[in-house]
Every structure is written in C-alpha cells, then in structure tokens.
Design a protein around this ligand. Structure first.
Ligand code: IFM
Length: 464
C-alpha cells in the first residue's frame, strides 16, 4: 500500500486543549473556561488554564513535528484570544501568536491548516444567547474576516467549523460539553446557526483571502449501523443518520435539510428559525471536506427494560439526540479504546465511500483519527503504544482501500499531536502520538510517533 508523494500527512490539535495561557495577552474566557471551572462538569475539576502550555512552547512543538517529518499541522484559533468579546476589533497580541506559530511552521516546511472554531465560543456571545441565536453566526463571519486579514498572506487551508454536531448536540442537548445546556430546541437551533455561521464565514473568507485559498469544514459524520434488519431497527438508524449527518451534510453539501429530520423533530420545533435565503447562504462551494472518524454506532429501536444509552458521548441524564428517545445505542463488538470506543476501520472506509458519493468533486481529508490509550512511560522512558500503532495501521489501510475504490482522499491528520485536555474527561484520556508529562510538560514521542514518521518518510504502511 503506497501513498502518493502529494498525499498530506499531518497531525491535529485544538486551541483550548493545548494552549493554556488562558488569561494572557488579552484573552478572555470562552464557554470552555466557564464550563471547566464549574464544579462537577469536568472529571477531577480539571481545566485548560495551562493545558500543555503550547502557547509558550509552540516553537519546541513545531520542532518536534519537524523532527518527525510531519508535512502539515491542523490547529485551531481561539476566538476569545483574537477577539475577546466576540465583537469589535481584534487584539493584536492574540493575532501575533498565530502569526508567529504559522511563521515557525512555514520555516520548517510544515503546511498550516487553520480551523476557526473548535468549540470555544467567547463567553460574552454565549451570555447573549450563544449558537441558538442567529447573531452568533453573524459574529462568526466577522471573526473569520479578522483572522483571514491577519493570516491570509501565509495560510492557504481554512476550515470554518470543527464537528458542529458536538457544539450543537453535546453543548446544548446532553450538556456534557460547554455551555452545558440541556434544551432540545436550543440544540436544533444551534445546529442551524452553526450551519449558517459556516456559510457566512465561508463567504467572508472568500472575500478576504486570495483566490488560491482552500476552504472546508470538518464534520464528524456518523457511521450508523442497525442491530437487526427489522423495519424498527432500520428506522432507528435512519433517525440517527438524520440527526448526526443530514442536519449538517444536507444544507452544507446539498443546500437542503432532509425532510425526515423535520418530520422526526416536529414535536420540538417547526424550524421557523430557518429563514428564506439561509440555505443558499449555507450551501457554499468547498475545496475540501474534513472527515473526523473514530468509531461506528450500533442502534436499535429501544426494547422494554433497555435504559442504557451507550452512544459514547459521555454520561448525562439528557440525550444529545432530540426526539430520538425510541433509539437505543449498543456497544459495537470488537476491541475498545480508553474511551470505550470500538476499534473498527471498516467504518472509516464506509464513511469515505459514502461522502465521496455525496460530495463528488470535493477532495476529502481525514482531519481527525486516532485513539486514546492508557499510555505510561516504561523504565527506560520510552512509551510503547502498540495499540495505537495497530489502530493507525488499520485506519490508514481503510484510507488506502477507499482511495483504491476511487475516493478522492488527499490527506490524513492524526489526532492528536500531543496528549491534551480531553474535554469533560480532563487529562485522563491520552490521544497524543507524543506523551506529555502533565507535571513537568516534558514531551516524549511515543512508539506510534516514530511509526507514523516512518510512514510519512516511506509513503508505505510499515508492518505493525
Ligand atoms: O479531542 C476530541 C477533539 O477535540 C474533537 N474530536 C474528537 C476528539 C477525541 O474525542
């Protein structure tokens, strides 16, 4: 299995998960600062105040990537670092950080891949209603312009949103993510205004950036499987696909919401918050579709006595799936990661084939894929994460298989470069190819990082 020389291999992170420096150089709280400092929201009361101190160590982290031979780095910009209140002029010191990071990357021949929004809404915008309100989408487009004006001369690849499903349904539905609201109507409104934010920001970026800029969005579209072939189980799968995939893929890629989504959620809303013209604003031409994949979902119609909801998205009394109480989630058979997510590379192949058909002509990039493991340094200081190597091998094999089937997949970003703050799980889950000692901030590339470096060098999947 050989990857062509122009296939892009990189790693990914996000601002709140690694930067720290939460109150430095004019940055103000985002919803994740507020949420993580609210008792009971994050395991062990942990937060991103310091995280892995990337804000101060970014030069070392770039050197690490260069030593591993990585070709691209996907990172996100902290909105409240560059535009603290979510409105008005940008703060120069915040922009300077990202300009320096980008310069450092370019000096090491690493392609910067910028994500504008990876879940950290400025708290002031949440206080004004957050993503359920239309104005947040308008603010997002202004922030996109500010960032593009500052970085557009040196960044070619731009992503508007990362995993809007999580922002809408974990943030406003189950409440396991910031801002921690548990309102099904707000979750659906948030989904629409995230879509609108994407469309308005894409237009703002096109206006501010050179014509050569490449724009995209990263979706965590679900691979949903029905437990049996019964009509009821197939309907459970259809319902979850509408809420996980159609709600974003429909307007962004095809210019329409799926009709069944409206029917399924009719007891919650008539969707009158979708205004005339919104779908045209959302349905913008894309140069890249980011695919984030970890594990498939197995669903059925709920049976009497079945109360457990194992959808892999954290414990909450509230479902992230509006109007889908009739659906039960089950553990997919197979080995699991530290998150409890089943390892199943066939899901990635299935997803790539489906998205290739849904968005013909749009190149696909895996913008996240990886696993959390219980990594510990051995006595000689090395970290032997064979499970992660097996995981990467399987999933990169699925990428190659999809490419062999004619799917236009052009790059792969390993999640994540560094062990980091895993949202409501705090620092308890390690996704990094590089081990971080959270007390000393010392970085140690794990065996998987060396394995990945070899793949990037040879373009061939090394043996596991
Ligand atoms: O850490 C997250 C990331 O921020 C978004 N995608 C999933 C990852 C693992 O849970």
């Amino acid at each position: 299995m050989t990857f062509p020389s122009d296939f892009l291999f990189g790693s990914a992170t996000s601002a709140y998960q690694i930067e720290g420096a939460a109150a430095e150089d004019g940055r103000t709280p985002s919803i994740w600062d507020t949420f993580s400092h609210t008792p009971g929201k994050v395991l062990g009361g942990e937060h991103g105040d310091v995280a892995v101190d990337h804000y101060h160590r970014f030069r070392d982290d770039v050197r690490l990537m260069a030593d591993l031979g990585l070709e691209a780095y996907r990172f996100s910009v902290s909105w409240s670092r560059v535009q603290p209140t979510g409105r008005g002029p940008a703060v120069q010191r915040g922009l300077d950080f990202y300009r320096q990071l980008v310069d450092e990357l370019l000096e090491h021949d690493i392609t910067p891949w910028v994500t504008l929004y990876h879940w950290d809404l400025p708290q002031e915008l949440e206080d004004a209603g957050g993503w359920p309100e239309r104005v947040t989408a308008e603010r997002f487009a202004e922030y996109a312009t500010l960032t593009a004006d500052a970085l557009g001369d040196r960044v070619q690849h731009w992503t508007t949103l990362n995993e809007p499903w999580c922002s809408a349904f974990l943030g406003y539905g189950s409440g396991v993510h910031a801002p921690g609201r548990t309102e099904p109507l707000a979750a659906l409104r948030a989904a629409h205004h995230l879509n609108l934010g994407h469309g308005l920001a894409a237009q703002a970026l096109r206006a501010a950036l050179p014509a050569t800029a490449k724009l995209g969005v990263s979706l965590n579209s679900a691979v949903v499987r029905a437990r049996t072939d019964s009509p009821a189980d197939r309907d459970a799968k259809r319902r979850i696909e509408a809420l996980a995939n159609g709600v974003f893929e429909g307007p962004i890629l095809q210019g329409a919401y799926p009709e069944d989504l409206f029917a399924d959620t009719a007891r919650i809303t008539d969707w009158s918050f979708v205004r005339d013209g919104d779908l045209a604003e959302i349905h913008q031409p894309l140069d890249a579709l980011g695919v984030n994949y970890y594990t498939p979902s197995l669903v059925s119609q709920v049976q009497a006595g079945e109360v457990e909801r194992r959808d892999g998205h954290g414990a909450s009394a509230h479902s992230p799936w509006p109007a889908a109480d009739s659906v039960a989630f089950h553990q997919t058979p197979g080995p699991t990661t530290q998150m409890g997510w089943t390892v199943d590379p066939t899901g990635l192949h299935e997803l790539l084939v489906r998205l290739g058909q849904l968005a013909p002509g749009v190149p696909l990039y895996i913008t996240e894929n990886g696993m959390a493991c219980e990594d510990k340094p051995s006595e000689d200081g090395t970290v032997n994460d064979q499970d992660r190597i097996d995981y990467l091998h399987g999933h990169l094999g699925a990428v190659e298989q999809a490419r062999g089937d004619g799917v236009d997949v052009r790059g792969y970003f390993l999640w994540s470069l560094l062990d980091n703050f895993e949202w409501s799980y705090g620092y308890s889950k390690r996704f990094g190819a590089v081990y971080v000692d959270f007390d000393t901030q010392e970085r140690t590339p794990k065996a998987s990082a060396h394995w990945y470096a070899e793949l990037v060098r040879t373009r061939e999947l090394p043996a596991v």
